[in-house]
Design a protein around this ligand. Structure first.
Ligand code: FAD
Length: 407
C-alpha cells in the first residue's frame, strides 16, 4: 500500500514540554511549516496526568498543576502557528529526514528539512527490572498509576508499596493517598534520602525487592534487608518509580547513535545528533529531569534548528564526553568544534551513589581542563549535578574523549 506523502519544514515528534516548547519557538521565529505529532489523544506529555502542583516555576515563573502547564504550552505552540496533530504515532524512518506515521486517518509519510525528536522517557517497568515472581494485576509504574487515576478514573487497590524514594516516588504516594489507597511502605536500595519523609509511611532503605507473589491480584512484595533478613509485605498494589529509560526506540530505528550512559541519542551542545538535520531534546536525552528543564532544552534548540534551515553546516568531528563511575552520564555527551559550551552553559550529570558535595575534575588525556566543587550533595535519582561548560573551548578536537570524574 502506498502512503500519502507530505513535506514540512520542521517535524517535531512528541508533544510533551520539550516538543511543544521547541515547536512554539520555531513557529514564532518563522521556521515555516512546523508540525508536532503525538501518539496520545491529548498533548502535553507526562504533565497532562500529573494532577499535583510543581510545574511552571522554573521556566514560566508561576506555579501550575501538570494539566495547567500542559495546556499552557499547547496554547502557546498552537497560537504561534505550529500545527498540532494528536493520535499520530511515528512508527519508523523511510529516509534520513522522512518519517512514517500511523493514525486513525491512515498511514502517512512526512519529509522534513529538520526533525526534532522529543519522545521523552518512561520509568523502567517491573519486567525490565528483572524482578522474579508471578505476573499478577496491581503492578504499576507512577505514570501508569497516574493515568489510571487521573485520566481513566479506574480503581487502584487498597494497600500499596512504593518502590523508590526519589521525587517521583513522593508523587506516586500523593496520587495513591488521593485515590484512598493506604501506602504501607516505601522501599529503596539506596541509603535514606535527605528529602522530607512522609509521615506515617515507613521508609525501608538499603532494601531490595526480591519477588512478587499473588495469582490474579498481587498479594505481597518480598524484600531483602541489608542485615540479610527477608520479609514479605502484604499489599495488592506495587508502584515502581523513577529509574528512567529514555524512549529511544524511534531514534534507534533511525540508526542514530545513543550515548552508552544516558541511553538517549548522543548530542552536542546544540542538540544535534549524528544524523544531519535530526535534533533531540528533553527527557529523551537523560530521563527524568523536571519539566522546565525539558522545555528549556526545546527552547534552546530553536536557534540551532533555524541555523540548520538556513544552511549552517553540520559538524562531523566531535569529541565524546565520558564519565567515570559513580557518575552515570553527562548530557550533552559530545563537544562540537563549531560551538561554545552547551546552551545554558552547563553539563547535566547523574550519579549512581550518594556524593557529598563532590569535586568534579575534567581531563582529556593527561591535560586537566577544569575542576569544580559542587555546592550541593548529589543522590541517585535526584536532581542532576550541573557542571559549568566554559572549559569546552580548551578541548582538543583531535585529543580523544574528555573524561569527567567525581572525587
Ligand atoms: C509521576 C511524575 C511526576 C512528575 N512531577 C513533576 C513535577 O512536579 N514537576 C516537574 O517539573 N516535573 C515533573 N515530572 C517530570 C516531567 O513530567 C518531565 O520532565 C517532562 O514531562 C518531560 O518532558 P518531555 O517533553 O521530554 O517528555 P514527555 O512529557 O514524556 O513527552 C513525550 C511525548 O512524546 C510522545 N511520543 C513518544 N514516542 C512517540 C512516537 N513514536 N510518536 C508520537 N509521539 C510519541 C509521547 O506520547 C509523549 O506525549 C514528573 C514526571 C512523572 C512521571
Amino acid at each position: 500500500m502506498t502512503r500519502p506523502t507530505r513535506t514540512v519544514d520542521v517535524l517535531v515528534v512528541g508533544a510533551g514540554p520539550a516538543g511543544l516548547a521547541a515547536a512554539a519557538g520555531l513557529a514564532a521565529a518563522g521556521a515555516g511549516r512546523v508540525e508536532i505529532v503525538d501518539r496520545e489523544q491529548q498533548s502535553g506529555g507526562i504533565p497532562r496526568h500529573c494532577h499535583h502542583g510543581g510545574f511552571g516555576l522554573r521556566d514560566l515563573h508561576r506555579p501550575m498543576t501538570g494539566p495547567q502547564y500542559a495546556r499552557h504550552l499547547t496554547d502557546v505552540a498552537v497560537s504561534a502557528g505550529a500545527r498540532l496533530r494528536t493520535g499520530v504515532s511515528v512508527t519508523g524512518w523511510a529516509g534520513p529526514l522522512t518519517l512514517d506515521t500511523t493514525s486513525p486517518a491512515g498511514l502517512e509519510r512526512i519529509t522534513a528539512r529538520a526533525v526534532v525528536l522529543a519522545t521523552g522517557a518512561r520509568e523502567r517497568p517491573r519486567s525490565a527490572r528483572l524482578i522474579p515472581g508471578t505476573r499478577p494485576a496491581g503492578v504499576l509504574t507512577t505514570g501508569e498509576l497516574q493515568q489510571m487515576v487521573h485520566l481513566h478514573g479506574q480503581p487502584v487497590g487498597s494497600r500499596a508499596v512504593v518502590v523508590g524514594a526519589e521525587p517521583v516516588a513522593f508523587s506516586a504516594v500523593r496520587t495513591l493517598r488521593g485515590a484512598g489507597v493506604e501506602v504501607v511502605a516505601m522501599v529503596t536500595e539506596q541509603p535514606r534520602p535527605p528529602q522530607a519523609l512522609l509521615r506515617g509511611i515507613p521508609l525501608l532503605a538499603h532494601t531490595t525487592v526480591t519477588g512478587l507473589t499473588g495469582r490474579s491480584r498481587l498479594a505481597g512484595v518480598g524484600l531483602l534487608h541489608r542485615d540479610g533478613r527477608t520479609t514479605t509485605v502484604a499489599c495488592d498494589t506495587v508502584v515502581f518509580t523513577g529509574d528512567w529509560i529514555p524512549d529511544h526506540e524511534l531514534a534507534r530505528h533511525g540508526g542514530i547513535p545513543l550515548d552508552p550512559g544516558s541511553r538517549g541519542p548522543a548530542v552536542d551542545p546544540a542538540f544535534r545528533t549524528a544524523e544531519p538535520g535530526v535534533f533531540a531534546v528533553g527527557n529523551l536525552l537523560h530521563g527524568g529531569e523536571p519539566a522546565g528543564v525539558a522545555a528549556d532544552e526545546g527552547r534552546s534548540a530553536v536557534g540551532r534548528v533555524l541555523g540548520h534551515l538556513a544552511g549552517a553546516p553540520w559538524p562531523r568531528a566531535t569529541v565524546p564526553v565520558q564519565v567515570e563511575w559513580p557518575l552515570c552520564w553527562a548530557v550533552p555527551n559530545l563537544i562540537a568544534p563549531d560551538g561554545p559550551g552547551p546552551q545554558g552553559g552547563r553539563f547535566l550529570l547523574r550519579t549512581s551513589r550518594p556524593l557529598a558535595r563532590p569535586r568534579l575534575v575534567v581531563t582529556q588525556g593527561d591535560n586537566e581542563l577544569h575542576r569544580q566543587r559542587m555546592l550541593r550533595p548529589a543522590v541517585p535519582g535526584g536532581r542532576g549535578l550541573q557542571l559549568r561548560a566554559d572549559w569546552t573551548g580548551d578541548a582538543d578536537a583531535g585529543g580523544g574523549p574528555v573524561l569527567i570524574a567525581a572525587y
